[in-house]
Unconditional design. Structure first.
Length: 591
């Protein structure tokens, strides 16, 4: 008997982007333990930015690797760790989008603004409004654990769309989700709302994970494996004791898709989205909305296309069942996102329903089941991510204010902080025009508070309008090109020759986009053509007493992020061809 051990060969180079990000997260944890507090935050920010930048550079280098691209007639894609990781153009494209958007999101997360305070509570474990929380504020404590948590989430997002194993995909799902549950509860202001959002996200996320695992179990029961290649082969050539039970694999795949559709915020799995987007710290909301959606759609496409290809080559008449389920989800997602979004009065909730609607628009392209669908989805995820990170970055700079005399006693002066009766943090500043000290509160998210923003800060209102117009799909913005390619892929159909019922979804998508224009343009009208009211409005539209509104200055990082996002939206709207060509290379898809 030969008991000799043969060490496996691992191509570590192809895992370098993921290892850099996760390794930086581990180093960040060590920094928390050993680096002095006075330089800890700066070290963490630089580490996070360098890690994501290095990961993006490695993705670019690997993109042209002959083994990945399949040069000289060789099959494209590299399978690493026994097929657990699939390094192909599609996976690299999604990873590149994730780390690029994460880099921009970290810039927003790191900005303290002119208030001298970031968006995170000095002690996330403190009871809101408690003496201990007041003590942590007065001592100026900072939660620098945010940055390792973000890096771990990004690492999970990079594994999620690039794995060929359903169990590894589940592990990646948990790795990206658990840090987000914690980050959602760390808001400096509106602490109770933030903790409520975190609890809802965790609870519903646990149910979604359970559905995913149950689906994996059913697929394993049918195929005898959780490797997507073997699942594909079992579907294409049914064999074994369960070959006569095609419903087993269909139910299993639908449960897996339910877990993935939860992460992208598709209806009817969208209930968590408005509350979490509203309650989480605004920089984290932008990070979740852009990066999580990109990673989840990557995983969804990989699972969906493998199963679809397998069913197409089998004698099992079950592919139509899968198509009908996706058709219903896509239609419902677009309707819910646009109709409910049109009646929102909170900016963050409005952007949440916008996110739901955009998930439906991307699904319209996905359901085309063709290379055009993959190309359109990759391009759309990049465009949507840029507009979303930029929009939430703008929201972080529009704040509520109140006179200091209305607060519980605090030390008046720039940079001092206190807590009002509701447990919200207040950063004190001085109005240079009146010399009357005012407290800067949380983000001014009620739509009425955005009235007249174009007069207070024309450049900020202008770039926010640009992001909104891109989300609406107005020509000469990247959003128009993204929607055009997605709807075009649906009209072309699975064979690229048209036909079928996917064109109906494209028509509904166009109508839903027209409805969505209403609530995007409503904000623009408020900013530029409505006089400031000084506070929110009641249900009848009449102004009521409330805090004032101010635009705080960025210390630099948020301005850079907004400028890059705005430039990307404009350039991709006018000259989209180079990026569309790169997205076309991403259709080299390996099961």
């Amino acid at each position: 008997m030969n008991d000799s051990f043969v060490a496996p060969t691992v191509d570590w180079l192809y895992l370098a982007p993921i290892l850099v990000v996760l390794g930086a997260g581990v180093v960040g944890v060590l920094i928390e333990a050993f680096v002095p507090a006075r330089v800890r935050r700066t070290t963490q920010v630089l580490l996070a930015l360098l890690a994501t930048a290095a990961a993006f550079a490695l993705v670019v280098v690997m993109w042209r690797d002959p083994a990945v691209q399949g040069s000289d007639g060789a099959p494209y894609g590299v399978r690493v760790l026994g097929g657990s990781m699939v390094i192909d153009p599609f996976g690299l494209a999604i990873q590149g989008i994730v780390v690029l958007l994460a880099f921009l999101a970290i810039l927003v997360i790191a900005d303290k603004t002119s208030t001298g305070q970031d968006a995170f509570a000095p002690s996330a474990a403190a009871v809101p409004g408690s003496p201990y929380e007041d003590l942590t504020r007065r001592k100026g404590l900072e939660q620098t654990e945010v940055y390792p948590l973000v890096l771990f989430a990004v690492g999970g997002m990079m594994i999620f769309p690039a794995t060929g194993n359903l169990l590894v995909m589940f592990v990646a799902l948990e790795v990206l989700s658990l840090p987000l549950y914690v980050l959602s509860a760390m808001a400096r202001r509106r602490r109770l709302l933030s903790q409520e959002a975190s609890f809802k996200y965790f609870l519903l996320g646990a149910f979604a994970s359970a559905l995913f695992v149950f689906g994996v179990a059913l697929v394993y029961g049918f195929a005898g494996s959780v490797d997507l290649v073997e699942v594909y082969q079992s579907l294409a050539n049914p064999a074994g004791p369960l070959a006569t039970m095609p419903g087993l694999v269909v139910v299993g795949v639908l449960l897996i898709l339910a877990g993935l559709l939860f992460k992208i915020g598709a209806a009817p799995f969208h209930a968590w989205t408005p509350d979490v987007y509203q309650g989480a710290p605004t920089p984290i909301t932008g990070f979740m909305a852009a990066c999580t959606k990109a990673a989840a759609f990557g995983a969804l496409l990989r699972v969906l296309y493998v199963v679809s290809l397998g069913l197409a080559q089998s004698s099992l008449a079950t592919r139509e069942d899968l198509f009908v389920a996706l058709w219903i989800v896509t239609l419902l997602t677009m309707v819910v996102g646009t109709v409910v979004g049109a009646v929102q009065t909170d900016v963050k909730r409005l952007l949440a329903y916008s996110s739901i609607a955009h998930a439906g628009f991307i699904l319209v392209g996905v359901i085309g089941f063709s290379q055009l669908s993959l190309r359109a989805s990759v391009f759309y995820l990049l465009v949507y991510g840029l507009a979303t990170v930029g929009a939430f970055a703008v929201v972080t700079l529009v704040r509520e204010t109140a006179p200091v005399r209305e607060r519980v006693p605090v030390a008046v002066g720039a940079g001092a902080a206190g807590t009002d009766a509701t447990g919200d943090a207040a950063d004190n500043a001085t109005d240079g025009a009146t010399e009357q000290p005012v407290a800067v509160l949380g983000e001014a998210t009620h739509l009425a508070q955005w009235a007249g923003l174009g007069r207070r800060s024309p450049w900020l209102a202008g770039v926010f309008s640009l992001f909104l117009l891109s989300m609406a799909g107005i020509p000469l913005t990247a959003g128009f090109v993204a929607k055009f390619t997605a709807f075009g892929a649906a009209i072309a159909g699975p064979d690229g020759q048209g036909g079928g019922s996917t064109w109906v979804l494209a028509v509904v998508g166009v109508l839903a986009s027209a409805v969505a224009v209403f609530f995007y343009v409503r904000i623009i009208v408020l900013m530029f053509f409505t006089a400031p009211s000084g506070g929110p409005a009641d249900d009848d539209g009449a102004a009521v007493e409330g805090p004032g509104v101010t635009v705080v200055r960025s210390t630099g990082p948020t301005t850079i992020a907004i400028a890059v996002c705005a430039l990307g939206v404009l350039v991709l709207g006018v000259f989209p061809s180079p990026v569309l060509d790169l997205a076309a290379e991403a259709v080299k898809f390996v099961p």
